[in-house]
Design a protein around this ligand. Sequence first.
Ligand code: ADP
Ligand code: CA
Length: 454
Amino acid sequence: MGCTRGLLTRCLCGITGLFYPQYGIVLDAGSSHTNLYVYEWPAEKENDTGVVHQVEVCKVEGLGISGYSQDTEKAGLSLQRCMKRAQEVVPEHQHRETPVYLGATAGMRLLSIADRVLSAVEKTLRSSPFNFQGARVISGQEEGAYGWITINYLLGNFKQPGWLNFLPHLRSSRGTSGALDLGGASTQITFVPDQEPIESQENSLHFRLYGKNYKVYTHSFLCYGKDQALRLKLASDLQASNGSLLDPCFHPGYLRIMNISDLYTNPCIANGEQQLPFTQLHLQGNGDYQRCRMTIQKIFNTSHCPYSSCSFNGIFLPPLQGEFGVSLDARYTWREVSGASQACDNHVEQQASKVFVLLQVKAEFPKIKEKYLSEYCFSGTYILSLLENGYGFTMEKWQSIQFLGKIGSSDAGWTLGYMLNLTNMIPAEKPPTRPLSHASYYFLLVLSSSSLSL
Ligand SMILES: Nc1ncnc2c1ncn2[C@@H]1O[C@H](COP(=O)(O)OP(=O)(O)O)[C@@H](O)[C@H]1O
Ligand SMILES: [Ca+2]
């Protein structure tokens, strides 16, 4: 029985909600892959901070939905297995009341036919027994904001004194924690700066949460997620080549042949293709961490800044403030960052076969999937460059970064903040403290009045 029908049903559900946890589903349609999250919370505490937590993450097999632009039907079909999984996790009698949202990020921001892909996806989601609430491309600003909300909600930073704190050791010492999100097609930085006002309007957000005002700086760099950044770098290196590239960001012995047209498939790399006299790129790795950093440097333009301070490409960045949590894909990121120079400088005889070199790298980093292995040197070096040269995390500021991945049982990505906002579970004002929730009070009242009438 669903809880959205009639008054009587709603009353019953209000009462039964005391016993049943509630659920919400969010699909994170990223540029490289989609994850489905199921969240759970006790119904009578929905407005308290820290009670919503992740009970399931299902990884959709195959490409991110933007990868199905040639065959949009498949974007919808690809989600079916995880939607089935969600039906197993959420008790059947609660399917109809459980909201499901899909948010697509940078891969879809770059796609001109994003609407067609979204329609295909919507068809699959509407055919599920859940309460479909919408599939849309979220803006970079939203992605940054919801990532910041997730991290601070999970760390307990919105809690007022007196609220129970489940993770005191992780709670930020300075009020809130900044959020860094490193995706495949975009990257976000969000934090509360000391400096006021925030010089650029489009980087400024105002929130009132649990009775407190927050002025938050955020920026999303489209094309600076690690997959698109690699394309930017290759396109820049190609201009001065004859189609053969000795690349310090790939380990020695690594060979890759790419069609130039495959490189110029989205707006991140505009109009360079026509000028090139060759149609293929022959890339050969000659891993060298220091030189790799130098080639990456070129994609950060620091030649102009119309504000008092900038990150790169003329984008305002106030002085970094407080602690930062790196979200979601951090579990890979940290490994890549810490192993970057080792992965690049893995000097093996140049003439050694590609297979041999790959096996060598694999032996050193045994848990890394083959498909990520080849880009390990680039990814780690890129993330270090972005944090140090792009955002200005110096040696001492570096200490303020925590690679989070999970906080408690929940992934530290934007999805939880998105759902909390859409389900009105982050109130502007602090919920009044009362010995019993409204529902419990009502329930007890019903019980006592019925016992009186016996
Ligand atoms: N096991 C892994 N090892 C290394 N990198 C990974 C792994 N799994 C995912 N990634 C990377 O994490 C990033 C996730 O980005 P994604 O969320 O899909 O994009 P966006 O947020 O920009 O839309 C991608 O660059 C992807 O290649
Ligand atoms: Ca992402």
